[in-house]
Design a protein around this ligand. Structure first.
Ligand SMILES: [Zn+2]
Ligand SMILES: [Zn+2]
Length: 238
């Protein structure tokens, strides 16, 4: 159940705040009137996102005025000026992404793209959002759990024997189905960087379930994407 604030509208999620930041970063520090096409377009986009299906039925939900207020809040965080109702999410997203406009733009495009994939289906609650936010996290997990992707990776690694690409774990003593139960596909390319949807073998690493959990957790706690080399340094005993 989403928490509500102000006029009964739910708090802005990380994804929504990132989309507002993406617009803010194109504005040169000037917040446009709610009647401008950019603000209207962002309002329409936010109202179509699959997070707040119930709330989005209300005409006040993420309407152009609300988007205008959010842009002012972001400007306040960015400049330290103004008297807005700045949220922790505004501060957090600014701290992580305020100086990375290219990445913000890529993520915003990927979220818009992702919406065409998920349509209006309700997003699953994810245990932890990867740095890219909830929609891209759920698409990342869906991509990794795709049976075709998993099979492609297992078929490729089977001849040499399954081995975790972080910790080196292998259990060649076990029967094949038990061995396979240990391993998961991890996608190495952030969705925001994946120009094409189709997953290639080179985009994947075979990880034991434990290391897979840890690399995702590390990305959440560091709020950025982490590759295998860094993951090894973080996870393996020193
Ligand atoms: Zn491992
Ligand atoms: Zn993964």
């Amino acid at each position: 159940m989403a928490v509500t604030q102000g006029h009964g509208n739910p708090h802005w999620t990380r994804d929504e705040t990132l989309l507002a930041l993406a617009l803010y970063l194109t504005l040169d520090g000037k917040v446009p009137s709610p009647r401008t096409p950019e603000v209207k377009a962002l309002s329409d986009l936010l109202r179509s996102l699959p997070y707040h299906a119930e709330a989005a039925k209300q005409p006040t939900f993420r309407n152009p005025d609300g988007v205008g207020f959010k842009l002012m809040n972001i400007r306040q965080v960015a400049t330290g000026k103004g008297l807005g109702n700045v949220s922790n999410m505004d501060r957090q997203v600014w701290a992580e992404f305020g100086q990375r406009p290219d990445e913000v733009r890529r993520i915003a495009y990927a979220i818009k793209d992702g919406i065409t994939v998920v349509g209006s289906e309700q997003l699953p609650e994810v245990e932890q959002e990867l740095p890219e936010g909830r929609l891209l996290t759920s698409l990342h997990l869906r991509r990794e759990r795709n049976p075709k992707v998993r099979k492609m990776l297992l078929d490729d690694r089977r001849p040499a024997g399954f081995r975790c690409e972080i910790c080196d774990l292998s259990r060649l003593d076990l029967e094949q189905p038990l061995q396979e139960a240990i391993f998961e596909a991890h996608h190495l390319v952030p969705l925001a960087d994946a120009a094409e949807r189709k997953t290639k073998l080179a985009d994947l690493a075979l990880l034991c379930a434990c290391c897979h959990r840890l690399i995702h957790r590390a990305m959440v706690s560091k709020a950025r994407w982490i590759g295998l080399v860094e993951a090894r340094a973080l996870i393996l005993p020193g």
